[in-house]
Design a binder for this molecule. Structure first.
Ligand code: NAD
Length: 451
């Protein structure tokens, strides 16, 4: 099939290379000429495992090209997938990017005689596609929905594992305006074997995405709430509590005597809280939308409230352990919001660095991939030391905080390589380290829910 994808960021670019790898011909459209140029030179504009290899193959095989020219893309494709950003701004979702693309697509559809399907892949609040997007395209194109196709296909990929997630989806949700849209659009995914295709209404597809992200966020905040209770009780470790919870056979079934540990259990984990470009903004946008509709979602409000306190709790604890934080040397290990990603959007690490500097600590930071992105995000803050390669030097600090569980940091610390890291305190913000090993090492090992 001939597919255009508007917005070539994390979702757009990963979708493009994966669809091209399945034999589709893909045109990537982005408003940033620099991004377009780099993609046409087979250069991945973001870091994701396998992305670079798949991109090179797609460009070399002439199955993927990038352009800033939306008209060219619409003329040369049967389907346009919208994958632009949907940030949270001024207490609600900002649909400005969606509006602009919908208007542009509508104007172009006025000139196009052939049937064309518009698909919203960006995460948008329920009713966006069947009212906002539909109305704009109808107005600009002079056509009625039905004369053009309309689909909502939420994306469930996880950053850091995006390419494999896209190539091996667990579900394909297609919200369709009508049968014709659905029948054409489902061909995009017919080449993906195994995953169930669920056909739903446009607004159901939108809410499935928000409900999914809210569940993940809620599990993390639930774990952090149990961690806070563990600390209040004293002399126990939330990790043991949550492990006990996780052995419930409805969470960890035994099949043929083998214990199955489903991926969802990764979210049953206390620590520095969730970040990234999705969970924080999606939970807030759903809350705002729901309140606008007259329902106050108490559970989701509490999910955000708990999450927003986690980083401050880390700083308070370090301050207490060191009897003051001003002038103390603190090392932050990991800046990306998760491992295997260069994304620092809403990263708890960035929040931590800002708070430490505010409290006048002497902060050093390091990350194997996200250091450059972090430098840009923190450029207005003076006094931060950026360590390009933490393995090259002996690290002498009053406290070190593990914020992103990059394998190399976890390995370094789990192996007890404390000749390299000299710190009075090690705060495990991810609860990723082997507690017993840490406790034996002589370093003061602390973490969320460990008392
Ligand atoms: P992103 O910021 O990485 O990429 C968006 C891209 O759109 C940018 O390259 C930008 O230049 C481009 N763009 C903006 N307006 C444009 C226009 N008018 N024409 C052409 N290009 C335009 O965003 P992202 O992280 O890929 O997220 C995109 C959407 O997917 C969001 O709604 C997000 O919530 C959702 N989503 C993201 C993830 C994730 O892990 N990042 C996962 C699932 C869903």
């Amino acid at each position: 099939m001939k597919i255009s994808i508007v917005g070539t960021g994390y979702v757009g670019l990963v979708s493009a290379v994966c669809l091209a790898s399945k034999g589709h011909t893909v045109i990537c459209v982005d408003s940033m000429a620099g991004i377009v140029d780099r993609i046409n030179h087979s250069e991945a504009t973001i870091y994701e495992p396998y992305l670079s290899e798949y991109l090179k193959e797609a460009v070399a095989g002439k199955r993927l090209l990038a352009t800033t020219d939306l008209e060219y893309a619409v003329k040369n494709s049967e389907i346009s997938i919208i994958a632009v950003c949907t940030p949270y701004k001024n207490d609600s979702i900002d649909l400005g990017f969606i509006e602009k693309v919908s208007r542009d697509l509508g104007r172009l559809l006025r000139k196009k005689e052939e049937y064309h399907v518009v698909c919203v892949k960006s995460t948008v609040i329920p009713t966006t596609t069947d009212t906002f997007v539909k109305n704009i395209i109808e107005e600009e194109s002079g056509k009625k929905a039905g004369e053009f196709g309309l689909v909502m296909n939420p994306e469930f990929l996880r950053e850091g594992e995006a390419v494999m997630d896209f190539l091996h989806p667990d579900r394909i949700v297609i919200g369709a305006y009508d049968d014709k849209s659905f029948e054409l659009f489902k061909k995009v995914y017919e080449v993906f074997s195994g995953a169930p295709i669920i056909r739903v209404s446009l607004r159901t597809a939108e809410l499935i995405k928000y409900a999914s992200n809210s569940l993940l966020a809620m599990l993390i905040s639930y774990s952090n709430e149990i961690a806070a209770i563990s600390e209040a009780v004293g002399s126990l470790d939330v990790e043991e509590v949550l492990y006990g919870v996780s052995l419930d056979k409805r969470l960890s079934p035994q099949i043929d005597g083998k214990l199955i540990r489903p991926g969802i259990l990764k979210y049953l984990k206390a620590g520095r809280g969730y970040g990234g470009s999705c969970l924080p903004k999606d939970v807030k946008a759903l809350v705002a939308f729901s309140e606008q509709k007259g329902y106050v979602p108490k559970l989701l409000n509490a999910t955000t409230e708990i999450n927003e306190k986690q980083v401050e709790k880390i700083v308070d604890r370090i301050e207490k352990e060191l009897s003051g934080i001003e002038g103390r040397r603190i090392l932050v290990l990991g800046l990306a919001f998760k491992q295997n990603s260069d994304d620092i959007r809403e990263s708890p690490s960035i929040k931590l660095v800002k708070l430490l500097v505010e409290r006048k600590a002497l902060v050093s930071v390091t990350d194997p991939i996200a250091l450059e992105n972090a430098k840009k995000a923190l450029e207005n803050i003076a006094g931060i030391t950026y360590l390009e390669d933490c393995k090259k030097e002996t690290l002498r600090f009053d406290a070190a905080v593990l914020m992103t569980p990059w394998q190399e940091y976890v390995k370094l610390l789990n192996e007890g390589n404390f000749e390299q890291l000299e710190a009075a305190i090690l705060y495990d913000g991810c609860r990723a380290l082997r507690k017993n090993k840490m406790l034996e090492s002589g370093i003061k090992y602390i973490g969320m829910g460990l008392s």
